[in-house]
Design a binder for this molecule. Structure first.
Ligand SMILES: C[S@@+](CC[C@H](N)C(=O)[O-])C[C@H]1O[C@@H](n2cnc3c(N)ncnc32)[C@H](O)[C@@H]1O
Length: 283
């Protein structure tokens, strides 16, 4: 495996994924009962946007850099920026950018807990170091797909699962990640499952989404943000999240803040955003 998330840390797709993740956690925390946060593809947890690993944050300039400059005042964006600042302070590194495991770790209450899986040994060692100060979150150096069977259902009977594969082989990863949603929902029918996917070529994506819509046994929506026209031939045009069992009223909230986030990241020029139910719409 060649994938290194460091190159992409803090880019527009990370921003979209991470703001949405924190909004999902906040929605689950409207109930007192604790839940398991399970992340199948965790990465190293902390990235240095001043370092060579991230090319001095080259991609982040059009992601978190653009967002900070835009002064977007939606509460969801503010919560994300606050969490990033706390993570930077905790890491005591001005260039630190928090990945999803650290952002989630910062948000967990005493009744919540988390498990983050990473398959590459060196990345996982770094993840363990990044999570060391967060007692509610544990790193596991294993195949995250296998963790679904091991961790679900949790004793809490509530779970938020984030599936964020590297998509080195787009079709294979889409297929495998789609099956993983099915596994998670078979193990725990009420699990909230969020799967990140890249928007590159609609000719691959549309049939996959149609298959997911036909297969899914739970309500599901997609929340997408893209920067260029949908048929543009760019490396990564957009960022999508398929969310199964979305929390109550998440669709209405997304419809409010996602366009604001898109505008801050430059999606209004030629791109766009959408929130769309693909299966068993809830009212
Ligand atoms: C997109 S990155 C994760 C980024 C992270 N979720 C975030 O937002 O900060 C994907 C990671 O998954 C890891 N990975 C790939 N296949 C895996 C598997 N089967 N199980 C666990 N980790 C895997 C890669 O090494 C890489 O670090």
């Amino acid at each position: 495996m060649k994938y290194r998330h460091s190159f992409h840390a803090g880019n527009f797709a990370d921003v979209h994924k991470h703001v949405t993740l924190l909004a999902l956690i906040a929605a689950l925390q409207r109930k007192d009962k604790g839940f398991l946060y399970l992340e199948t593809h965790a990465g190293r947890g902390l990235y240095d946007l001043h370092g060579a690993d991230t090319h001095q944050g080259a991609e982040a300039r059009l992601g978190i850099g653009a967002l900070e400059a835009a002064r977007c005042d939606s509460p969801q964006v503010r919560a994300y920026l606050d969490a990033l600042a706390r993570a930077r302070g905790n890491a005591n590194a001005p260039g630190a950018y928090a990945g999803s495991p650290v952002l989630a770790a910062l948000s967990l209450r005493t009744q919540d807990r988390g498990v983050c899986c990473e398959i590459q040994a060196a990345e996982c060692r770094a993840l363990e170091r990044a999570l060391n100060i967060y007692p509610r979150m544990r790193a596991e150096c294993i195949d995250g797909y296998r963790a679904l069977n091991a961790q679900l259902p949790p004793p809490e009977r509530r779970a938020l699962v984030l599936i964020d594969p590297p998509y080195e082989e787009q079709a294979d990863d889409l297929q495998r990640a789609g099956e993983a949603i099915g596994t998670a929902l078979t193990r725990l029918a009420n699990a909230v499952v969020a799967l990140w996917y890249p928007i590159k070529d609609d000719r691959d994506l549309a049939p996959w989404l149609a298959r997911m819509a036909a297969q899914l046994k739970a309500p599901a929506l997609i929340a997408e943000l893209w920067l260029h026209p949908r048929d543009a031939r760019v490396g990564l045009n957009g960022s999508g999240l398929l969310i199964a069992n979305p929390p109550y009223q998440l669709d209405a909230e997304l419809a409010q803040w996602l366009p604001q986030l898109g505008a801050a990241l430059g999606a209004t020029r030629q791109g766009g955003t959408q929130v769309k139910w693909i299966a068993h719409e809830q009212h």
